[in-house]
Write a protein that binds this ligand. Structure first.
Ligand SMILES: *[C@@H]1O[C@H](CO)[C@@H](O)[C@H](O)[C@H]1NC(C)=O
Ligand SMILES: *[C@@H]1O[C@H](CO)[C@@H](O)[C@H](O)[C@H]1NC(C)=O
Length: 710
């Protein structure tokens, strides 16, 4: 039997329906149904009395028959059981009239054969006349009855015009029966007769089996059946006809024609196709998810029919193109409805769609066989302009337009700056769109100022008092301070920091941070003053306490500038002393300033930067000199360990007023570092007196702390 799923479903449904109606049509009687019993003549087994007329109406449930089995029958025998008798009736139909006994010649004995009623009722009537011959003491009868399942199916036709119980298949059941139909037919609502089944309707499973009514037998004429296969969108239906195909065709000049019989296949948006003939169409791919089949036979001719299996395939989408510098995944031979693809770009490339960058891309194959999005493109990434470097620059080494794998090199404006971490640092544009140095060692390039290396050197050294003018660019850290016409010196130690003597910015009883303080740098001639630099803050050493002008201990101060200085050959910082730097007696240092150049009655402030070279003086010699001076003078300050002295005994060279705050530098291997700050002296250029300087190396911690905290 070749029953595919949808048809089977339909059949079982009918059986269920039929069964339910059977139960509903013949309800059982209210009283307990009697399934068996016994009937005996009155007074049995004593002889029965005369003049009897007794009736028993037996019944068992519908759908059963009553079977009578006599255990004994002994009734006065007479021809035709005329006098005494037991009559068995079904409705008004006589089933038997009994009398006599087993051995009597007269009468009518039922014998050993049971009696079966055609239905579930039976009537027994027992009668006797007034005359019961004494010698015949007949005892009457005893009979068992029981309900017997009626085999309605094998019963003869009941009643005129009712036809066979079932037109095709009869199934006997206990107390009833069911009708069923042959394959290809279905039961009518009368539950008895069968009609040819179109098996039509809607088929929405992804595969199934369809066949013409009665297939493989020829159906009766005039069939009109419709079948609709409708599966979800994104699937397409293929029809696979079996070889056994026959639909009557008419031969015309143009070949066979489906004039009277046909199977028409209709697919949306296409001309319907009529099939007929004796050759199976085989496989038909409809490329649609909905197919309508109309089977039409007129009342002439002969078509044996057809059967087919249908199956569904997922809609296919075109193979995606390759994406340059990217990858489409997954890579399949075919892509079907609901398949996804995604695109990733190679390292260093980014996804672009319609001119916009997108984070990720995936597209689905739609039910119409199209991808829901067009493929994106992969464009090379760029890192943007490399970070600009203050006091330096960046040059391209390789690559193009800051793109992936481009390499740039940072450099600082030499000789005033040098790159922190090495002479040259190259950065590469990496896939994360950041410029990164090799091994990511350097996160951000920095140019640090070069200190103490002027571009020009003084060839001959002379003195300030007894010194000489400094050529341009030879002491580029020199600063001129001017506060209310009072001159002082200072020097650059960093791009925002000036160092000077505390007494230059803090006068006895006065405040530091005077806004009148003007700072000039990059000059060697005061007559060509440029605009002064703005002061941000002034930091006098906290232990400087020179109320009477007689205590120069800790004579050091730092000035922070508002704006950072860009160094050049005319402005450059001087180096700070190294930790534990030596101040050996006799070592020559250079003092510079715009201070007093002549002594005596013709003291004169210089307009040109002066310098002089002086040796460090032994601290004891200096102390002795100061102590001698204290004998003849008042208010001579003490020499402390935060000071050192420099000068020559004959007093022809010295620093003087106006030079205060200026630098005393040592030169080592062409590099200048500041050893002292011009602090005080007993007059200027006197013999056996020396200039006193703040010993900068004693203040490194304080200097670093102030510079870090501000
Ligand atoms: C069509 O059905 C035949 C059997 O009737 C089977 O052999 C064949 O593989 C089927 N073709 C397809 C494409 O399913
Ligand atoms: C640094 O780079 C400059 C310019 O690219 C080059 O001339 C110089 O030789 C480099 N120096 C070192 C130490 O690599």
């Amino acid at each position: 039997m070749d029953i595919s799923y949808p048809t089977m479903g339909l059949t079982s449904c009918i059986i269920w329906f039929l069964y339910a109606s059977v139960c509903g049509s013949w309800p059982l009687s209210d009283s307990e149904p009697v399934m068996y019993g016994e009937v005996q003549s009155p007074q049995y087994p004593q002889p029965y009395p005369p003049n009897l007329q007794e009736q028993w109406d037996l019944s068992v449930p519908e759908g059963y028959q009553i079977q009578l089995t006599f255990t004994h029958l002994d009734i006065e025998a007479s021809a035709g059981c005329y006098y005494d008798s037991l009559t068995v009736l079904y409705n008004d139909k006589l089933l038997g009239k009994f009398c006599g006994n087993k051995d009597s010649a007269d009468g009518h004995h039922p014998g050993n054969q049971p009696i079966l009623s055609p239905g579930n009722k039976l009537t027994l009537i027992f009668q006797s006349d007034e005359n019961n011959p004494e010698r015949h003491q007949n005892v009457g009868f005893s009979v068992h009855y029981q309900a017997i399942d009626m085999d309605e199916c094998s019963a003869p036709q009941s009643g005129v015009g009712s036809g066979p119980l079932c037109s095709q298949i009869c199934l006997n059941t206990l107390g009833s029966y069911l009708c069923s139909c042959h394959h290809g037919y279905e039961l009518r609502s009368d539950q008895r007769t069968c009609v040819l089944s179109c098996g039509g309707g809607i088929f929405d499973e992804p595969e199934g089996h369809l066949f013409s009514p009665g297939y493989p037998n020829a159906p009766p004429h005039a069939v009109s059946c419709q079948y609709i296969i409708s599966v979800e969108s994104g699937l397409t239906v293929s029809l696979n006809f079996t070889d056994n195909f026959h639909i009557e065709s008419v031969d015309t000049q143009d070949g066979p024609n489906c004039f009277h019989h046909w199977l028409q296949v209709t697919v949306a948006d296409r001309e319907p196709v009529k099939l007929c003939g004796g050759k199976s169409p085989g496989l038909i791919a409809t490329n649609s998810n909905t197919v309508k089949l109309d089977y039409h036979l007129d009342d002439q001719g002969l078509s044996k029919g057809w059967s087919l299996d249908y199956s569904t395939q997922r809609v296919k989408c075109p193979l995606p193109d390759n994406v340059a510098k990217g990858k489409v995944t997954p890579k399949l031979d075919e892509y079907f409805f609901r398949d996804y693809i995604s695109v990733r770009c190679d390292q260093g490339y980014k996804l672009m769609m319609e001119g916009q960058e997108i984070e990720s891309f995936s597209a689905m194959c739609l039910s119409n066989g199209q991808w829901h999005l067009p493929l994106p493109e992969c464009h090379i990434i760029d890192c943007g302009k490399p970070e600009a470097l203050l006091n330096g620059g960046v040059t391209f080494l390789s690559g193009f337009k800051n793109q992936y794998r481009s390499v740039v090199q940072y450099h600082c404006n030499e000789p005033f700056y040098s790159l922190l971490g090495g002479a040259n640092v190259s950065f590469t544009c990496e896939a994360d769109r950041k410029w990164r140095s090799i091994n990511n060692v350097i996160t951000s390039p920095t140019c640090i100022p070069v200190c103490g290396r002027p571009t020009k050197h003084i060839s001959a050294y002379q003195r300030i008092i007894g010194g000489n003018e400094a050529p341009e660019d030879t002491i580029p850290w020199q600063v001129l301070l001017n506060e209310g016409g009072q001159r002082g010196g200072g020097f650059v130690i960093a791009d925002r920091w000036i160092m000077t003597a505390a007494h230059v910015v803090k006068h006895p009883g006065g405040h530091e941070g005077n806004e009148n303080l003007k700072i000039y740098m990059g000059l060697t001639d005061v007559t060509t003053l440029n605009s002064p630099l703005r002061v941000s803050s002034i930091h006098v050493h906290p232990d400087y306490n020179n109320l009477q002008g007689t205590d120069y201990n800790n004579d050091i101060a730092l000035i922070k500038l508002q704006d950072s200085i860009t160094f050049s050959s005319s402005v450059m910082p001087v180096c700070l002393p190294a930790e534990g730097a030596a101040y050996d007696t006799g070592t020559l240092g250079t003092v510079s300033g715009f201070g007093v150049t002549k002594v005596g009655s013709t003291q004169k402030i210089t307009n040109k930067l002066q310098y002089v070279r002086l040796p460090v003086v032994d601290q004891e010699i200096c102390r002795n000199s100061i102590n001698s001076a204290k004998i003849s003078r008042d208010g001579v300050p003490d020499l402390t360990s935060n000071m050192f002295c420099a000068g020559i005994p004959d007093g022809t060279k010295d620093s003087c007023q106006g030079d205060s705050g200026g630098p005393f530098t040592f030169s080592e291997n062409g590099r200048f570092w500041v050893a002292g700050i011009v602090s005080w002296g007993i007059e200027c250029g006197l013999s056996e007196t020396y200039g006193v300087y703040t010993k900068v190396s004693n203040y490194l911690d304080w200097i670093n702390k102030i510079m870090q905290e501000n």
